[in-house]
Design a protein around this ligand. Structure first.
Ligand SMILES: [Zn+2]
Length: 437
């Protein structure tokens, strides 16, 4: 069904051309020509290319670029000051990721600045476009690394000691990329500058695809976490070792994979073992060790916690049954995030005033906006994803929908820039936007 575009501006063809232009600049960066997927990992050469692109795009627009203590990039329209309107997202990807998860929010933010400037908007407060470091946790294993460090949600010395698959620490990777790691950590200065944060993101699901609208407003993020299961057995010859003599860590791991699925069905949650490391990873060798990472999420936080507890018990029994050692470590857990209700109401009412209809929808995907929500009022806009597929090379959004997203973000930012930032809480709403919590 054709999307409603009643909020479309007369400049739409121009906007579409601008979107195509900026988007095509990014398309080749970090893309595997065979799979079409993106490998954009923090502090790598590819990432440095993306950071240079961001700085150049900002400078071209007359925005002042700053890098904060944690390596997040900020492009300022107006002198940096407390209580700014902040928008943006991230440029990194999962391994073999899609083009839209992250970059759509950054590109849309830059184009929204263009549109606001072209419309002669005179902001009452500064606006910043932000590019957060390592949102996906693809290199160092901790999602939303840049925003977690900034809010103090992760201990800085622990974060700096995290290693990638080659054993390089975050501290060394940052140093090699020219960023001083010694100042990493809670950044009250950067936080105070955020009056509100609005992140636009491609939807990772099919709520919008099942309806008529191309843009939606987020209500909440389901609780989600990552757990590291390490099974330690005994490496040996695949041909000469009797079955009874084996301590094969692959076997309890296999039981756990099946159990995770069964428990997820029962708990109406989702579980995934998407990353596995096998040592020594030889066809004719019984593994000595299997490292696997569980991703678990669901609408019911208690249900997710119980599921992981149950799975851990099953893993312990299975490991003991095979004479295999087991350690389970929680790498991260993000409780349910309810976005600031009055800010979301304000987004919906400014969109409504511009004749843009935007339904409210939850998501099971984590975002920097979810991390920041513990400290500042945050909201999110989602752009329709026709298949719902994400974290995959086939992740997609139609250009017309992306342009709708830019227009919606422009409408929202305009209101936040020129009208008073404090809003009257809606009936039953949370404290107003601009109120720190
Ligand atoms: Zn993302």
């Amino acid at each position: 069904m054709a999307p409603a575009r009643s909020g479309a501006t007369a400049d739409r063809p121009l906007l579409r051309a601008s979107f195509d232009g900026v988007w095509s600049d990014l398309e080749g960066v970090g893309r595997d020509p065979r799979s079409g997927g993106y490998d954009r990992f923090s502090w790598t050469g590819v990432d440095l290319g993306l950071r240079e692109w961001f700085a150049a795009e900002a400078t071209r627009r007359g925005l002042e670029v700053e890098v904060d203590r944690n390596g997040n990039q900020w492009a300022w329209w107006g002198a940096p000051a407390d209580g700014a309107v902040v928008t943006g997202s991230h440029l990194d990807s999962v391994p073999g990721g899609g083009a839209f998860d992250g970059p759509l929010g950054v590109v849309s933010a830059l184009l929204a600045v263009d549109a606001l400037k072209a419309a002669g908007v005179v902001p009452e407060r500064p606006l910043a476009v932000v590019n957060f470091v390592e949102e996906e946790g693809a290199r160092f294993g901790l999602a939303c690394l840049g925003s977690r460090l900034m809010t103090g949600a992760v201990d800085s010395s622990h974060a700096l000691s995290l290693t990638d698959d080659d054993g390089t620490t975050l501290a060394d990777a940052m140093s090699a990329a020219g960023h001083a790691p010694e100042h990493v950590g809670l950044d009250e200065t950067a936080l105070a500058r955020i009056g509100v944060f609005v992140e636009l993101h491609v939807e990772q699901g099919r709520h919008l695809a099942l309806g008529d609208e191309s843009v939606g407003v987020a209500s909440s993020i389901h609780p989600h976490g990552r757990w590291h299961f390490c099974f330690e057995g005994e490496g040996n010859h695949a041909g000469t070792t009797r079955l009874d003599d084996r301590h094969d860590p692959m076997l309890p791991f296999a039981e756990v994979v099946g159990a995770a699925r069964r428990l997820a069905v029962e708990a109406q949650a989702v579980t995934t073992f998407g990353r596995v490391r096998v040592d020594p990873n030889g066809t004719n060798a019984i593994p000595s060790r299997v490292d696997a990472w569980l991703d678990a999420r669901g609408a019911d936080q208690g249900g997710v916690v119980r599921l992981v507890d149950d799975l851990q018990r099953i893993a312990e029994e299975a490991a003991a049954g095979h004479g295999v050692g087991l350690t389970v470590t929680r790498d991260s857990f993000t409780p349910v995030v309810d976005f600031d209700a009055s800010l979301s109401d304000r987004l919906r009412s400014s969109l409504g005033a511009a004749s843009i209809s935007a339904p409210t929808l939850p998501t099971a995907a984590g975002h920097d906006a979810g991390i920041l929500a513990s400290r500042v009022p945050t909201a999110m806009l989602f752009v329709r994803n026709p298949t719902g597929i994400s974290h995959s090379p086939v992740e997609h959004a139609e250009t017309d929908d992306c342009v709708d997203g830019v227009e919606a973000l422009t409408v929202v930012l305009r209101d936040l820039l020129v009208a008073p930032l404090e809003v009257v809480p809606a009936a039953g709403g949370q404290p107003g936007a601009g109120a720190r919590r």
